[in-house]
Design a protein around this ligand. Structure first.
Ligand code: 7RM
Length: 651
């Protein structure tokens, strides 16, 4: 199929029903899950909890809901590491591969469920020997190596909540999180490989620990084998401790509502929020969604979520969901362009990946690099694709479907948040007819509605996304700050969880996520979504990526400033800028026409790949830049500032 045909499909507003052969083998191929959930949504979750998990003590209480505080399966007991590891070994699946791991330099490891049981048990004993007790918090700051899930599961085994801090975060960010959680032990590594260079994790960790008072020991995995500073008494090598450790460690009987982990996420203030996730409900939610959204056939699928475990996507869909379901997954340590821009496709081919879950920003980067990279590998084993992290523009969706999925794989666009714990709005690939760019419908048992400024339900049209019922994976609060929890999520609309996302419901009832509401612009009284403008810019096949901000403007309130990167062999001329402005005006209306288009080689992104519009807004409004420490590549902003000064402005 040619590019021109794809464009034509998009213009036709084509929909994608599940392909027949996909539907025939799918776990869900009709509306029965939705029906069961609608008849009794609490009963539905209780059923899933019992079907998908192994409980030490069954629960009687399904839900205690004292808005906004939920308790799921309160009186049940279970252990997350037992559910993710032991029971698969006990069922005779010890030799099954849990993780095919590949390091950036090309070294590989196969970790079976039996290996996991051995290592998790040993490391659980290591933690105990270092004085970690049930309820103590453990900080983890590691590269994407198998020891990372082992460390998380070992914490879960002994009932010590973990707080994983993404390895790309700075020493300052790590320090703040350790202080807030009052962590007792820190687990890290000498370093990790990224674009051929060693990320100095241990050096950062030492820096972070200056000014913290609670850490008693630091456990260090040897990965890059570079010399690192070592503090006698406090610091211990992982491999030495593991050698001495006993390989038997009985999993703790945990209450369903015991804290499983904290994960810090940025809000609108400078202080990150420690999002709390607990045991039974969380594991039920991630196991259920991982099974049905990805149509997981654990005996034949090779599943790859290409996120970092340091983000919630990795917690839920690399570690807890897939392991609870006994899946075989791929983990890759490094950068997608090392040694070449085909690295992901080489890995997918090598392991026979059948399910791939990644982010729109990655997909647009692959588009920019060109189709020759995926085309140079056999991706015919792929049968399902997923997207998460931001709205996916229809053009990227169709490109992913065509050039990665070979036009045969459903694409599940999954909306959720750190706070929701697991996927909330998404297709079921054997059931749902897809529309490129829409996350489609709330999953079975999930209550999601769009409301207007006054909190009135919007049946069709745009507004704010809210969640109307508790769900088992929901955050239980913000660590140490119940007031902020109420205020942030439960005070804007009475009785509803406020997600902070704009959303439009179309004539067929499909949900279209429009980005954060803080990104909604107001141009001469017209509400324009940054996403809508971005989407129409990237519709042009010459555009690789676009980020749009509303900058203060004397006459129109806000003016639309668009930062645009073009595809490989396209020249970024003033003429192209003019054409793009006109084409947006045509698609959205004159008020949607960007005042300025600034061409740039790259966009400022957080390390999880979200575009930092706040910085772009600062540039557009000529302000000094605020905090840039969460940027993946700080050099990008200087370039953008230079380009902004040179770009023609139009009214
Ligand atoms: C999983 C994750 C949450 C925010 C959320 C949205 C945006 C995520 C989608 C999406 C449109 C999607 N957790 N978001 N997925 N927007 N469509 N499929 O990303 O806490 O880091 O971010 O991400 O704005 O509120 S997160």
């Amino acid at each position: 199929m040619t590019e021109a045909t794809i464009e034509a499909y998009y213009l036709e507003d084509r929909t994608f029903p599940p392909p027949d052969d996909f539907r025939k083998q799918a776990l869900a191929s009709d509306d029965s899950l939705y029906k069961e959930a609608e008849a009794d949504w609490q009963g539905f979750w209780a059923h899933q909890a019992r079907e998908l998990l192994t409980w030490f003590d069954d629960f009687e209480s399904v839900l205690e809901w004292d808005l906004p505080f939920a308790k799921w399966f309160q009186d049940g007991t279970l252990n997350v590491s037992y559910n993710c590891v032991d029971r698969h070994v006990e069922a005779g699946r010890g030799d099954k591969v849990a993780y095919y791991w590949e390091g950036e330099p090309g070294d590989t490891r196969e970790v079976t469920y039996a290996d996991l049981l051995d290592e998790v048990s040993r490391f659980a004993n290591v933690l105990k020997s270092l004085g970690v007790q049930r309820g103590d918090r453990v900080a983890i700051y590691m590269p994407m190596i198998p020891e990372l899930p082992v460390a998380m599961l070992a914490c879960a085994r002994i009932g010590a909540p973990h707080s994983v801090v993404f390895g790309g975060f700075s020493a300052d960010a790590l320090r703040g999180r350790i202080i807030d959680a009052e962590a007792k032990v820190l687990i890290t590594a000498d370093g990790g490989w990224r674009r051929g260079a060693a990320v100095p994790l241990k050096v950062n960790a030492d820096d972070a620990l200056e000014g913290t008072e609670t850490i008693e020991h630091v456990v260090v995995v040897r990965r890059t084998e570079e010399d690192v500073p070592f503090t006698e008494g406090r610091d211990r090598w992982w491999h030495e401790l593991m050698q001495e450790a006993d390989a038997d460690c009985a999993p703790e009987r945990m209450g369903a509502e015991d804290l499983l982990y904290l994960l810090y996420t940025s809000g609108t203030t400078a202080k990150p929020k420690g999002i709390m996730h607990t045991t039974g409900g969380y594991l039920t939610h991630v196991a259920f969604t991982h099974k049905y959204v990805f149509d997981l056939h654990p005996d034949t699928d090779v599943y790859w979520c290409a996120a970092d475990i340091g983000w919630v996507t990795g917690h839920s869909y690399i570690v807890y969901g897939p392991l609870a379901n006994g899946a075989t997954s791929v983990i890759y340590e490094g950068s997608p362009d090392t040694p070449g821009k085909d690295r992901l496709w080489a890995i997918a081919e090598k392991y026979g990946v059948t399910i791939l879950y990644t982010a729109p920003t990655a997909i647009r980067t692959f588009m920019k690099w060109g189709t020759e990279f995926p085309e140079s590998h056999d991706l015919s084993k792929l049968r399902l694709l997923g997207s998460v992290g931001e709205p996916i523009n229809p053009e990227a969706w169709v490109w992913y479907w065509q050039h990665i999925g070979g036009g045969r794989c459903p694409v599940v666009d999954t909306w959720w948040q750190t706070e929701t714990g697991g996927i909330m709005i998404s297709p079921l690939p054997g059931v749902t007819t897809l529309k490129p760019g829409s996350a489609t419908f709330p999953l079975p048992a999930i209550g999601a509605e769009v409301v207007d400024d006054n909190g009135n339900k919007v049946e069709r049209g745009g507004g704010y996304l809210t969640l109307t019922r508790p769900w088992p994976g929901m955050l239980r609060g913000i660590y140490g700050d119940p007031e902020r929890y109420k205020e942030t999520y439960w005070s804007r609309f009475e009785g509803r969880y406020f997600a902070g996302d704009g959303c439009k419901i179309d004539d067929d009832g499909y949900f279209w996520l429009l980005g954060r509401v803080d990104d909604v612009m107001n141009i001469s009284g017209h509400r324009v979504s940054t996403t809508e403008v971005e989407s129409s810019l990237v519709d042009d096949s010459r555009v690789a990526e676009a980020a749009v901000v509303g900058a203060k403007d004397e006459t129109t309130g806000q003016a639309i400033i668009a930062y645009v990167t073009v595809r490989g062999n396209v020249e970024a001329t003033d003429g192209l800028g003019e054409e793009l402005r006109e084409s947006v005006a045509k698609k959205i209306g004159k008020f949607g026409r960007p005042k300025t288009i600034i061409f740039t080689d790259d966009l400022p992104k957080t390390r999880s790949g979200k575009i930092m519009r706040r910085l772009l807004k600062d540039v557009a409004e000529g302000r000094d830049l605020g905090d840039t420490t969460t940027l993946a590549d700080p050099a990008v902003v200087d370039e953008i500032k230079r380009r902004a000064e040179q770009s023609p402005q139009e009214d």
